[in-house]
Design a binder for this molecule. Structure first.
Ligand code: ZN
Length: 337
């Protein structure tokens, strides 16, 4: 496995050279320091009470740390993010649902950078033959029926260092990642006490969402869980800012899942608006046409400071974040128990 990680990490060294031709700011600094796991998959310790009590805000703080370099897909910052997530999932002793233990490796094309309506965006440069390694991470809590799964997902990547400025992406989408982790911890704790879900509950962290949902698209193309077994995908994207009760929902089509999310919102005193993305979208869109019901939950004010360096930890409303966690938890309770 370590050899696998090594093979994955080494090609990154070509990346600054390539992008350096276009953009000097990616050359040299910040220095790259790689963390490699010491006991991948070998951890036999029971999850400690401290691990199980960890909150989403703690994950957000780590993911926004300058060490993570803004989590751009295909960079060392993404590698660090993947390793951090792997450590969190391993600490919960979750089952691997990737194709290489927790990881699902794929490659992405180089991207062009654009500023549109004051937001920094990427577009893949399909004309270039170079491909850059990236990875999704999937790990789950086995249910009583191993032939069914529901996926709780969030994209792990963000913009990285854009126009020379670090974009920490606290709301987009450290907030979604933190919520999925917190809910998985709650479910693992309950499972240890004997309350087990019916289907497998799988946490999926997609990479390269910012480059056109490339991680989730790759999963749909090469699923590590048969799509016929996936009963729902609940995706969280930018759920930590704005008013405590205001959310919106993007969906792949009318489904009972939408009603369950609405019920969970109501239970938590929150309101949800069904809204089109007005040209914006998230990873639920990759599941259109697959027959898998998929929704993305967002803060109503998700566009506020989105894709700017100001999307930092100060943007996070901790009460809002807690509501998002509780909603996700209640959705799981409604559809998986
Ligand atoms: Zn984004």
């Amino acid at each position: 496995m370590l050899a696998g990680i090594g093979a994955f990490v080494i090609p990154w060294t070509t990346l600054p050279r390539y992008w350096g031709q276009k953009a000097e700011y990616l050359l040299g600094e910040p220095p790259v320091k790689l963390y490699l796991p010491s006991d991948m998959g070998q951890n036999s310790k029971k999850p400690s009470p401290e691990v199980l009590a960890k909150k989403a805000i703690e994950d957000i703080r780590v993911l926004c740390n300058p060490d993570m370099q803004g989590r751009r897909a295909g960079t060392a910052g993404e590698t660090r993010t993947l390793v951090y997530l792997q450590e969190q999932l391993e600490a919960l002793q979750l089952k691997a649902y990737g194709n290489d233990h927790y990881w699902q490796m794929f490659s992405i094309p180089p991207t062009e950078e654009r500023i549109i309506n004051n937001r920094a965006l990427f577009r893949p440069d399909e004309s270039d033959n170079l491909r850059i390694p990236a990875a999704n991470i999937l790990a789950g809590l086995p249910g009583r029926n191993r032939e069914e799964a529901i996926i709780l997902s969030a994209h792990l990547d963000h913009l990285g260092i854009y126009k020379g400025k670090l974009c920490p992406g606290a709301n987009d989408n450290a907030s979604g990642v933190g919520c999925v982790l917190e809910v998985m911890r709650r479910l693992v704790k309950e499972s240890a006490q004997g309350t087990r879900p019916y289907p497998n509950i799988v946490a999926a962290f997609w990479s390269a969402e910012e480059m056109g949902f490339l991680g989730s698209k790759y999963f749909v193309k090469k699923p590590t869980i048969p799509l016929s077994q996936i009963k729902a995908v609940v995706n969280l994207d930018t759920v930590g800012n704005g008013q405590k009760k205001d959310f919106i929902l993007w969906e792949t089509g009318d489904s009972p899942l939408t009603n369950k999310v609405k019920e969970a919102m109501l239970k938590n005193g929150a309101e949800i608006e069904l809204a089109g993305g007005q040209g914006n979208n998230s990873d639920q869109s990759s599941f259109i046409g697959t027959g898998v019901p998929a929704v993305t939950i967002l803060s109503k004010d998700w566009l506020w400071k989105n894709h700017t360096p100001e999307d930092n930890i100060s943007l996070i409303n901790e009460e809002k974040l807690e509501t998002a966690c509780n909603v996700l938890y209640d959705v799981v309770k409604k559809i998986a128990f």
